[in-house]
Design a protein around this ligand. Structure first.
Ligand code: 0L1
Ligand code: MG
Length: 263
């Protein structure tokens, strides 16, 4: 049964207000009996609120792309969310985390679309560049705890992202070593293989899953393919770097409040 518009708008308002105020809320979406599929309607309404404030939709992100995260949530499918220009953090720049609830950061791989992508289009003909990236996530739910519909509605915990230098897609992306450094110390290490076996599979999943909701990757959009390691808490004052073998680095600094290079 389709969700009533007022329910969708009310849940989107709760999530948006939590993000703007930096205050955690309970799992209101699952409490309202919303399915994972219907939760995408709440996510779309949440995006509309950002667009009404002047933000632009500039891409998509994939979440729960590692088998470990899927198993943790008891699901066998990845999820996706939306990226706006206001979430972007300049590579090497800073982000104000003073207004966030419990920020975490994870190393990713980003793709740049070279054309409008239709269902059935493949990675090679659609993706014009690849880059190392950092994703800043911040669940709006208390204790970073949620069910699948909750996290989908909450735009898959999206909060920010920094993208390193773009380059032509290399021949292979399936098993590149990845390190996450905080203040020069490696805190997580892994491989791009953790992203659905090969990050290029995240492109196929993004095309397939977003199309179910009428969303298509557009020329110039970014796609964050997913995390190559576990996310770690982001302490104020820290400098964080994702190091992806063969691709380079993406860096951001977390400020305790005031300033920052977003958008
Ligand atoms: O980008 C991600 O994989 C996050 C997906 C949502 C789950 C979480 O917040 O850990
Ligand atoms: Mg992520």
């Amino acid at each position: 049964m389709a969700l009533h518009n007022e329910v969708v708008a009310g849940l989107a308002a709760r999530l948006d207000e939590a993000a703007v105020a930096g205050t955690a809320i309970p799992q209101v979406v699952s409490a309202a009996g919303v399915s994972a599929d219907d939760a995408y309607a709440v996510q779309a309404a949440l995006l509309d609120r950002r667009l009404e404030r002047g933000e632009r939709l500039v891409g998509l992100k994939m979440g729960l792309t590692s088998r470990a995260k899927m198993a943790q949530m008891g699901v066998d499918e990845v999820i996706w969310g939306r990226l706006t220009d206001a979430m972007a953090i300049a590579d090497g720049g800073s982000v104000d985390i003073g207004g966030l609830i419990h920020p975490r950061v994870e190393p990713e791989v980003a793709f740049l679309m070279g054309r409008d992508v239709e269902e059935g289009d493949d990675f090679a003909s659609s993706v014009e560049a690849v880059a190392p990236a950092l994703e800043l996530i911040d669940s709006r739910y208390a204790d970073f705890r949620f069910s699948l519909p909750d996290v989908i509605a909450d735009n898959t915990s999206a909060s920010g992202y920094a993208i390193g230098p773009w380059q032509q897609p290399p021949a292979g992306l399936a098993d590149l070593a990845v390190r996450l450094e905080v203040d020069g110390e490696t805190v997580e290490s892994g491989s791009t293989a953790a992203i659905l076996g090969d990050p290029r599979n995240a492109f196929d999943e993004a095309v397939r899953l977003a199309a179910r909701h009428g969303v298509r990757l557009r020329k110039g959009w970014v796609l964050l393919a997913g995390a190559a390691t576990a996310a770690v808490p982001l302490p104020a004052g820290a400098e964080v770097r994702a190091v992806v073998a063969g691709l380079g680095t993406a860096t951001l600094r977390a400020l305790p409040g005031g300033g920052g290079d977003r958008g």
